[in-house]
Design a binder for this molecule. Sequence first.
Ligand SMILES: Cc1cc2nc3c(=O)[nH]c(=O)nc-3n(C[C@H](O)[C@H](O)[C@H](O)COP(=O)(O)O)c2cc1C
Length: 323
Amino acid sequence: MRVINNIHLNKLDLNSRIVMPPMATETSDNGKVTDALCEFYRVRGENPLVGLIITEHMYIEKCGQASRGQMSAAENSVVDGLKHLTKTVHEAKPGLKVIAQINHAGGRTTPEITGCEKVSASAYEYNETTCREMTVEEICEIADRFAEAARRVKDGGYDGVEIHSAHGYLLCQFYSPLTNRRTDEYGPQTMENRLRFHKLVLEKVRIAVGDEFPVFVRLGGCDYMEGGSTEEDAAEAAKLLERYGADVIDVSGGMCSYRRPDHTEPGYFGSMSKKIKKVVSIPVIVTGGVETLDQADRLVEEGCADLIGVGRAILKDARWTGK
Ligand SMILES: Cc1cc2nc3c(=O)[nH]c(=O)nc-3n(C[C@H](O)[C@H](O)[C@H](O)COP(=O)(O)O)c2cc1C
């Protein structure tokens, strides 16, 4: 069994290659950590197969909140709760690591939740409301908010931070040609332009957390939609993100979200992650459809990824046995 082994991951030692990926529980109290949240992660952390937990997406500012029960990394007042959560997870099992995912929902917010005007890469309609194209000044401000959130994550005792650029949220909206129709240097004309915002975020986050703190990027590499981003784009993007300072690429879907249209096989993003793995030297995680350790093992063996996410199986059964 390859997956249940110690692995030294760029800046992080893990006891297993099985990752519990971020899954929104909607159980925060106005963004703050609750006992229910701690318990949810504690029981899953006790699972001997899990080497790394990436906690559910947290909003970096109120205007980027995706849903009512979402966790917050938007204010300093959340840090004590985060410390409680990370202490609980670290005590669940020796060697277990925990990373926090931070996010801005962009055009996928709703004004009823945020009280803000919706902004995105370009003006488009989603959920019956239209969003406005962001100015370059706003892009810089939101990059600052990412950095501040990452610093709170570090202060909260996490072992690393993951920047969410998948599932159609703000950074994914800049990456995807379906939602980015800008004509400036953040537009869809080149990969550098599509990732210029990501580069800024990575630079600012790195300054905020320092060189030794692991920074992952969850890349919604392919939209699997007509006119959207492709698997080839994903490989090109991952190479650039590595150059911009990402320590790990966590592969998932873009505008199609975490499901791949017409695919349910174990590791259904494996064809994309394999292309990525061939061109980067940093570790790659792939998630989607894996329910057994044998399936996870096979994906590692086939060179699709270094780490394997197991989401819904562990959500359903905290004591998932991998059988
Ligand atoms: C209820 C639920 C909530 C999710 N929340 C997040 C999230 O906060 N951030 C994220 O990147 N992915 C999220 N996902 C996607 C999962 O991380 C994962 O990619 C997806 O469940 C596919 O993996 P699986 O087939 O192993 O379940 C969520 C999935 C589910 C089912």
